[in-house]
Ligand binder design. Structure first.
Ligand code: NAD
Length: 280
């Protein structure tokens, strides 16, 4: 089994992005990312800190706008409108989940599509679905980067994605389709899940259930990507039963140190793409 080492892949990618950031800065363009963090979700605090650190590592601007749990929809919308209009901001990211009472889809739709570095705006979702250029969501983009960097064959292969969320499952399926995989999306209502997963040459688990994918669900030699981040009392575990699946899979991404590392990296790439676009 070959380990899909997200930490190492992310380090390599960040080195490449640093060179790109420096080239932009030498032309007087300082890329900038604005993060909107509403409420006190502990996991979100960690994710936002990691995003700030990644901006620092690249030497690009980052600003975090912390809003109280009780922020009104109108206040949150006013902030997004301000960031849309700010020429120093290339990328806007609204950290999810939002506190109850805020309308997530309405807020995401307000982000200027060119600044939508998370790729969740309907314009970018539509671009992805119809094969046009747009911002690609970071986690799915990171998954594809891992598969390609490891040289996993994609064209003509069976790919099965477990999970149909707008953030991970659906866009990942579309990206796999773009690479000419034969794609199946499984979800909570799928019957005979194991029959689907055992056909997969590429299996992506984005379920949110600890060690959900067991060795008997995996085709020998398959590339298994574990997207899950599950905090159990003792540790952080993925959606894949790592120890046992490692005996069967051809490639396997660990948790932690897998897809999560790539996600932040792809956010940085999207921010640089937006900055380059601005400079045209
Ligand atoms: P979600 O809860 O929105 O979606 C989970 C999906 O799993 C749903 O589509 C559901 O239909 C499916 N599902 C649930 N039970 C199932 C079952 N028994 N059989 C088959 N399918 C089932 O979650 P999400 O936002 O897509 O995230 C999934 C996981 O990935 C979570 O653990 C999340 O924390 C993690 N995540 C990681 C990153 C990263 O950067 N590594 C980014 C986003 C999400």
């Amino acid at each position: 089994m070959r380990l899909l080492d997200g930490k190492q892949m992310a380090e390599e990618k960040m080195a490449e992005l640093k060179t790109q950031a420096e080239a932009l800065k030498s032309r007087g363009i300082v890329p900038g990312l604005a993060v909107v963090l509403a409420g006190n979700d502990p996991a979100s605090q960690v994710y936002v800190r990691n995003k700030e650190k990644a901006c620092q590592a690249l030497g690009i601007r980052s600003e975090t706008h912390r809003l109280p749990e009780t922020v009104s929809q109108a206040e949150a919308e006013a902030l997004v409108a301000r960031l849309n209009a700010d020429p120093a901001v290339d990328g806007i990211l609204v950290q999810l989940p939002l506190p109850e009472g805020l309308d997530e889809s309405k807020l995401l739709q307000l982000i200027e599509p060119k600044k939508d570095v998370d790729g969740f705006h309907p314009v970018n979702v539509g671009a992805l679905a119809s094969g046009q250029q747009g911002m690609i969501p970071c986690t799915p983009k990171g998954i594809m980067h891992m598969l390609k960097a490891a040289g996993v064959p994609l064209a003509g292969k069976e790919a099965v994605v477990i999970g149909r969320s707008n953030i991970v499952g659906k866009p990942t399926a579309l990206l796999l389709l773009r690479e000419n995989c034969t794609v199946t999306i499984c979800h909570s209502k799928t019957e005979n899940l194991r029959e689907h997963t055992r056909r997969a040459d590429i299996l992506v688990a984005a379920v949110g259930k600890p060690r959900f994918v067991t060795a008997d669900m995996v085709k020998p030699g398959a590339a298994v990507i574990d997207v899950g981040i599950n905090r159990t009392e003792a540790e952080l575990v993925g959606d894949v039963d790592f120890e046992n699946v490692a005996q069967v899979a051809g490639y396997l991404s660990p948790v932690p140190g897998g897809v999560g590392k790539m996600t932040v990296c792809m956010l940085m790439e999207n921010t640089l793409l937006a900055a380059r676009e601005r400079s045209r």
